[in-house]
Ligand binder design. Structure first.
Ligand code: CA
Length: 323
């Protein structure tokens, strides 16, 4: 993990799992590749990144705590903390060799006691082998109760939340009407969904907006008609109410969804769902989720974008050489 000066390119800080790398921080748990983009989070909205989350190919998730008061480059990050492990460092079986290729969606919520915590939501998926059905891929939401603490910089590592493993998590059973109505056990440190289809996996990041988590999966359904026809697969779309995994009211009444899931939104790989604010034919605005080539207006149909005024209307054109 490198932090460099964006203007000059100078190396400012480095963390590595290898003691021979002359790193500012040697992190023994950093022993797998990290193809994912790091997810930089500005928790207090002051324009300065506070923490970075990133997963690796060993099914581990790290949080890098940045120290904005650091006086020397070596102190830019206070620590690189392993916050969860749900892959081969927890269990070495082939089914458990989960890999994180995509950055998480992160948001903060309050629990019933009014305590802030962060949700770190990300799915596993063997991107190098999209047809693989041996790994038991999952979508996770980890609860990070440390990141919101005002004294995070001063805390001793021994006082931080223990590394989350599978037994710390609730299972979000997609078919449980109790969970659909009430959510998972709130005393757990998060939850996961076991993807129901063979080979179903995450190949894109999701997003969290208005307490709703939206993410897509790729399912390599074999619709082979002859020996030479390609495996096309399909994209599924999920919507989960945060933070405890209830079924959202709009999803419940949307006939295109069965529970949390809309199956086969498009053939092939749809990629990352994106939230769009679009003008409808009647001139009103509406939130729509774009996944690949498909639009989904139902998920945020209860929101009034005209009163939210989140996105000012703008017009633009490209300058030509005649300008
Ligand atoms: Ca900040």
């Amino acid at each position: 993990m490198y932090i460099v000066d964006a203007e000059k390119g100078d190396l400012l800080w480095k963390a590595s799992g290898n003691t021979g790398d002359d790193a500012d921080l040697v992190v023994a748990d950093m022993k797998f590749s990290i193809p994912s983009s790091p997810k930089a989070i500005d928790l207090d909205g002051d324009g300065v990144t506070d923490v970075i989350y990133v997963g690796d190919l060993g099914g581990q998730v790290f949080r890098i705590d940045l120290d904005k008061k650091a006086v020397a480059n070596a102190g830019i990050a206070k620590r690189v903390r392993l916050i969860a492990k749900v892959g081969q460092t927890e269990s070495a079986t082939l089914a458990n060799q989960r890999r994180f290729y995509e950055p998480p969606a992160v948001a903060t919520f309050k629990d019933s006691a009014g305590q802030l915590f962060a949700t770190v939501a990300m799915g596993s998926g063997y991107r190098s082998r999209p047809l693989n059905a041996i790994t038991d891929e999952r979508f996770y939401t980890f609860f990070d109760k440390d990141v919101v603490k005002p004294n995070l910089m001063a805390m001793a590592d021994a006082d931080l939340q223990a590394v989350i493993t599978t037994s710390d998590l609730a299972v979000l059973d997609l078919n449980s009407t109790t969970i659909q109505d009430e959510g998972v056990d709130t005393t757990k440190k998060g939850w996961f969904i076991d993807y129901p289809e063979a080979g179903e996996k995450s190949l894109a990041s999701g997003f969290i907006f208005s307490s709703r988590l939206v993410f897509s999966t790729y399912s390599p359904v074999q619709s082979v008609t002859s020996n030479c026809s390609p495996v096309k697969g399909q994209t599924n779309l999920y919507t989960v109410c945060m933070p405890y995994g209830k079924l959202c009211a709009t999803t419940k009444t949307d006939p295109s969804f069965t529970g949390y899931k809309k199956s086969n939104t498009m053939a092939g790989l749809g990629g990352e769902p994106q939230l769009m604010l679009i003008k409808k034919d009647d001139g009103t605005l509406g939130y729509t989720v774009l996944t690949g080539t498909t639009l989904d207006a139902g998920i945020f149909s209860d929101l009034d974008p005209n009163s939210a005024k989140l996105v000012p209307s703008k017009k633009w054109r490209e300058k030509s050489s005649k300008d």
